[in-house]
Design a protein around this ligand. Structure first.
Ligand SMILES: Nc1ncnc2c1ncn2[C@@H]1O[C@H](COP(=O)(O)OP(=O)(O)OP(=O)(O)O)[C@@H](O)[C@H]1O
Ligand SMILES: [Mg+2]
Length: 277
């Protein structure tokens, strides 16, 4: 059975795509079959996994419009077991195109039902907006993972997202869960980061993942090489953090019980030696 998670926060630049790509590779390296669906017209998850949207003839937009079958647009990545339903240029106008369609909130759910059995996890990288693409993601998902940037205004806007989740649960997807909040871009040297972490845990308790994602130069560099952190810089702090997040997700998903594992070596077809940082 496949577990579908929306990675969502309408705030821009909080680490949604970084989390989608690197949680996906962390899960794939632990023998999970994973599909990343790029629902953001910016196409960052696609380029971060080696497929720039300019090179994609047909992607998830064409699937949602009923022009393509999901299986026909899914692409492999450098990591075994990690696949991508990419963004194409058509995703840019899709929001508007979907408005007049029947059952417009359910297109992604219907599409994923056709391929979900082939995957243990499906991660939906949402755009920075509470729009029809995000509503499609929340309607198709079993849970939401919310990346929260450890900065002063971190929780601002979160109530809007939580209200949207509640509204979707009420009318479109009663089983939708809040899987967890992941603190991103944490700089352990600043008081601000630990203040935000403490405050978030006070408000949301166990909903916050134990692991926090550090601000790490390698995480910022990896997308420009079209690679997840686990192949780009497997020894980095960022790689370890996303490995640990994958552990926690496996535990929350009920796939695994108990303690964390040691990070496995990444397998890559492209040789690139990178210093750990
Ligand atoms: N832990 C990190 N350490 C260093 N850089 C990071 C980290 N997480 C994300 N970044 C960088 O910060 C920027 C924003 O991250 P990302 O694209 O993942 O956010 P996003 O929420 O998907 O943005 P958008 O709302 O535009 O889709 C990117 O340049 C990314 O490489
Ligand atoms: Mg993004």
């Amino acid at each position: 059975m496949s577990r579908i998670y929306a990675i969502s926060n309408q705030k821009g630049g909080v680490g949604k795509t970084t989390t989608a790509v690197n949680l996906a590779s962390g899960l794939a390296l632990q023998d999970q079959r994973v599909l990343v669906v790029d629902l953001d017209p910016q196409g960052n998850a696609s380029s971060g996994l080696g497929h720039h949207k300019a090179t994609v003839d047909a992607g998830i937009a064409e699937v949602l419009l009923g022009f393509e079958e999901p299986l026909d647009v899914i692409l492999p990545t450098e990591i075994d077991g990690l696949h991508l339903a990419p963004a194409s240029g058509r995703l840019v106008g899709l929001e508007v195109e979907l408005v007049d369609t029947e059952r417009r909130e359910y297109h992604l759910q219907t599409a994923l039902a056709k391929v979900a059995d082939a995957y243990d996890f499906v991660l939906l990288d949402c755009p920075p907006a509470l729009n029809m693409l995000t509503v499609n993601a929340l309607t198709a998902a079993a849970g939401v993972i919310i990346p929260l940037q450890a900065e002063y205004y971190a929780m601002e806007g979160l109530s809007e997202l939580l209200r949207t989740i509640a509204a979707v649960r009420k009318s479109l997807n009663p089983d939708l869960e809040r899987t967890g909040i992941v603190l991103t871009m944490v700089d352990p040297r600043t008081n601000l980061a630990s203040d935000v972490a403490t405050q978030t845990r006070q408000v949301f308790g166990g909903e916050v993942f134990d692991v926090t994602i550090p601000r790490n130069v390698r995480l910022g560099e990896a997308p420009s090489f079209g690679q997840p952190i686990h192949t780009y810089a497997p020894g980095s702090r960022g790689a370890q953090a996303y490995h640990e997040l994958a552990d926690e997700v496996l535990i929350r998903a009920g796939v695994r019980s108990g303690s964390r594992t040691v990070a496995p070596a990444a397998t890559t077809r492209r040789k690139r030696s990178q210093e750990a940082s």
